[in-house]
Design a protein around this ligand. Structure first.
Ligand code: NAI
Length: 337
């Protein structure tokens, strides 16, 4: 089957890593028609906005997008395209599987966990105001509806992936109402999934345990802000942002698949960026599209290449972006499955 997929190459290293990923996914057997769009600063000249309506219309139609990183200029007045996309498409769940890749240097072994982060509210609502000069207020919004929806997402993911436990991460000992509501919703949803264990950790203790015994965690369910912080902490457990994929998922099966790293302006245009994080996000996309055979093919190709010396410099090699992608394609071809 041929899929229609929205493509946002992004900027900085985005176009380089996106081209490499499209090459590998197609070599793995994905048949796709790509609808490509600019976003961010590159879109402003042509459309007067960072998130052009035709781009949003395309994702609403295709329900699937592969997205390269997009620069958010600091202090130039436009908000992050990533946050804008999440809001416009109601991508309420951020999913980040974190696991050790073979031969990628990290401090730990045996890490295999999944972060499920609520994407729409909490302190990210950005509701801040000055009460009187010298006193500001930032509103933490937690609702029953959004907390229940993300808890259900986490448990359904655990059930589908045959994972054993969901751990809700919170600070309800201090924020008794807001985080209290978050875990109340998680507890309620947990009752519908008797085959999945449920437990809770206070966020500071969870961070300590994650850096001491990361292999003990399975699915982590977090409100937006803790999710933001803990997901980068977890990326650090397995080698950093260059090797961790992410998906933003919404109602009606809309999925935007992206790397968690940024546009890396310091190395842009040099053909040295690591395409692995976006490629692993591409694997999540293949599974979302029920293209499991192609997803398995990519993972075998990646595993074979990482067992050898061909790798980009951020993970200890000398290969260029395109050499690394070519090597994965050759490994998949040699595999023949
Ligand atoms: P960054 O992730 O772009 O770069 C941090 C460091 O990691 C740099 O030294 C960079 O060279 C390296 N790096 C990142 N990705 C790499 C890759 N694939 N291969 C090899 N090295 C890699 O973070 P930074 O510098 O804080 O942000 C740069 C821009 O990206 C900012 O405008 C930021 O807003 C934006 N950004 C966009 C994101 C997105 O579109 N999802 C996510 C994070 C940041």
């Amino acid at each position: 089957m041929t899929h229609t997929i929205t493509l946002l190459p992004g900027d900085g290293i985005g176009p380089e890593v996106t081209a490499a990923v499209v090459q590998v996914l197609e070599a793995a057997g994905l048949s796709a028609t790509w609808e490509s769009f600019e976003a961010g600063a590159n879109a402003v000249a042509a459309h007067g906005t960072t998130l052009p309506e035709p781009l949003l219309a395309s994702i609403r139609k295709t329900r699937c997008a592969l997205k390269g990183p997009i620069t958010t200029p600091i202090g130039e007045g436009f908000t992050s395209v990533n946050v804008g996309l999440r809001k416009a498409l109601e991508l309420y769940a951020n999913l980040r599987p974190v696991w050790n890749l073979p031969n990628v240097k990290s401090r730990y072994e045996g890490v295999d966990l999944v972060i499920v982060r609520e994407n729409t509210e909490d302190l990210y609502a950005g509701l801040e105001h000055t009460v009187i000069p010298g006193v500001v207020e930032s509103l933490k919004i937690i609702t029953d509806a959004a907390s229940t929806r993300i808890a259900r997402f986490a448990f359904e993911h655990a059930r589908r992936q045959k994972r054993k436990r969901v751990t809700a991460v919170h600070k309800a000992n201090i924020m008794k109402l807001s985080d209290g509501l978050f875990i109340e919703c998680a507890r309620r949803v947990a009752k519908d999934f008797p085959e999945v264990q449920y437990d809770e950790r206070i966020v500071d203790a969870a961070c300590m345990q994650l850096v001491m015994f990361p292999e003990k965690f399975d699915v982590l369910l977090l409100p937006n802000l803790y999710g933001d912080i803990v997901s980068d902490l977890c990326a650090g457990l397995v080698g950093g942002l260059g090797v961790v994929p992410a998906a933003n998922l919404g109602a009606d099966g809309v999925g935007v698949f992206e790397a968690v790293h940024g546009s890396a302006p310091d190395i842009a245009g040099k053909n040295i960026a690591n395409p692995l994080a976006l490629l692993l996000s591409g694997v999540l996309m293949l599974r979302h599209l029920d293209e499991d055979a192609a997803a398995d093919r990519v993972m075998r190709g990646v595993t074979t290449v990482l067992a050898g010396a061909t790798r980009t410099r951020d993970i200890g090699g000398t290969a260029s972006t395109s050499e690394f992608a070519d090597a994965i394609c050759r490994a998949m071809e040699a595999d023949g499955r």
